[in-house]
Write a protein that binds this ligand. Structure first.
Ligand code: IMP
Ligand code: MG
Length: 183
């Protein structure tokens, strides 16, 4: 732990606790890649990462999935400032025009209330994909708003605010190779 306290990536902040080490994450992502491949014996698979939080997870995950696939990303914006209260979601960056007949694997960094995911799934479903499943690196398990429980979960998340491996606090700390809570 003391090695991380001096981590120059932290801009003077201190790690309270390492929730998942780089090695734990790598091992879990390798296993998830096998799970994903096994779940899609055939068909065309499109891995859709929700930006920005999923960017590191997606890039590690797809390299561990031994089957053909395509990768794209979604950028989601709310109408108004508050995504959570507005209840509306807009795709700022649109993935390939037609999703018809594709198996969509939506990749999210962390599921908290599940509101973001539910709204995105609603929008995507209008495009008639063959299926939509969710792969979340972390699940806080208080997703009362979730219509689609994640089919693939990396880790159960502790009830703390986490940063690293794509997760941010005010856009910082996404580049930590581990997942931690801060003092
Ligand atoms: P939800 O719509 O409430 O499920 O919120 C999910 C989004 O909130 C995630 O994609 C993250 O961007 C953010 N989030 C939730 N919990 C955390 C956390 O512990 N650390 C960093 N971001 C979080
Ligand atoms: Mg996010």
């Amino acid at each position: 732990m003391s090695a991380f306290v001096a981590d120059p990536r932290l801009a003077g902040r201190k790690v309270k606790r390492i929730a998942f080490t780089e090695e734990q994450i790598a091992a879990r992502v390798r296993a998830l890649g096998q799970e994903v491949a096994a779940a899609y014996p055939d068909g065309n698979l499109l891995v859709l990462g929700l930006l920005k939080g999923s960017f590191i997870f997606v890039s590690d995950l797809v390299r561990q999935v031994p089957r053909p696939l395509q990768v794209d990303f979604l950028v989601v914006s709310s109408y108004g400032n508050e995504m959570v209260s507005s209840g509306h979601v807009r795709l700022v960056y649109d993935p390939q025009a037609s999703l018809q007949g594709l198996h969509i694997l939506l990749v999210e960094d962390i599921v908290d209330s599940g509101r973001t995911l539910s709204l995105v799934i609603e929008v995507l479903q209008e495009r008639q994909p063959a299926s939509i499943e969710v792969c979340a690196l972390l699940d806080k398990h208080h997703a009362t708003h979730l219509t689609h429980a994640p089919r693939f979960v990396g880790f159960d998340a502790p009830n703390e605010f986490l940063v690293g491996y794509g997760l941010d606090h005010a856009e910082n700390f996404r580049h930590l190779p581990y997942i931690a809570s801060l003092e």
